[in-house]
Design a protein around this ligand. Structure first.
Ligand code: E4P
Length: 215
């Protein structure tokens, strides 16, 4: 399973890279809006730090605008993946961009039918937003199950990128289903290693050794 970090913050990205398990980055306009540097500048820097896929989202909501922005974003670096909203115009854009060899990430996916369509259009990644479904009392992880089943039934190449992740249980459940990728905020990635029994056990080992007069 590939691990992406869901942030536009360069310091968080550098810390995640230092953990040695990071495969890529996802950003979105809300995340970019939290940073002071312009989006293009941030993306240029992020692509130099992380060699894997870096998702950059278009702001346009009609076909021509999406294609123009996507072409511009794709020119930033070879590892840019263009995030396109999963609406009718976006579907057309994904189809055209995939024909031109530009990698795409279909974002804001909330149903299996949307996931089926973007795979048929040739999206590189599909991003189901599980946390936002959980927030409205729908089972986000069930959507991952459905998409993984549909894609394996028809051998689609589109990678399932679990998004809107809130906690480590989401990560474990997505891994058990066999999702290809998960994107997480820094807070979630850093929680994955933690267990209180590990800390208690380690402190005890060191204390016992010290008590025995060893140094
Ligand atoms: C994914 O690519 C999105 O940027 C992200 O996961 C959205 O998460 P949120 O629901 O926490 O905003």
């Amino acid at each position: 399973m590939k691990f992406f970090i869901d942030t536009a913050n360069v310091e968080e990205i550098k810390s995640a890279v230092a953990m040695g398990v990071l495969d890529g980055v996802t950003t979105n306009p809300s995340l970019a809006a939290k940073e002071t540097a312009p989006y293009r500048e941030l993306l240029t820097e992020i692509c130099k730090i992380v060699p894997g896929p870096v998702s950059a989202e278009v702001l346009a909501t009609e076909y021509d605008g999406m294609i123009k922005e996507a072409t511009d974003l794709a020119g930033i670096a070879d590892n840019i993946v263009v995030k396109i909203p999963t609406i009718l115009e976006g579907l057309r854009a994904i189809k055209s961009l995939s024909g031109e060899g530009i990698k795409t990430n279909a974002t804001l996916v909330f149903s299996p039918s949307q996931a089926l369509l973007v795979a048929k259009a040739g999206a590189t990644f599909v991003s189901p937003f599980i946390g936002r479904l959980d927030d409205i009392s729908q089972n986000g992880m069930e959507l991952i199950n459905q998409i993984v089943t549909i894609y394996s039934n028809y051998l689609f190449d589109t990678e399932v990128l679990v998004a809107s992740v809130r906690h480590p249980i989401h990560v474990v459940e997505a891994a058990m289903i066999g999702a290809d990728v998960i994107t997480m905020p820094y807070a979630v990635i850093s929680k994955l290693i933690k267990h209180p029994q590990t800390d208690i056990g380690l402190a005890k080992f060191l204390e016992d050794y010290k008590k025995a007069g060893k140094s």
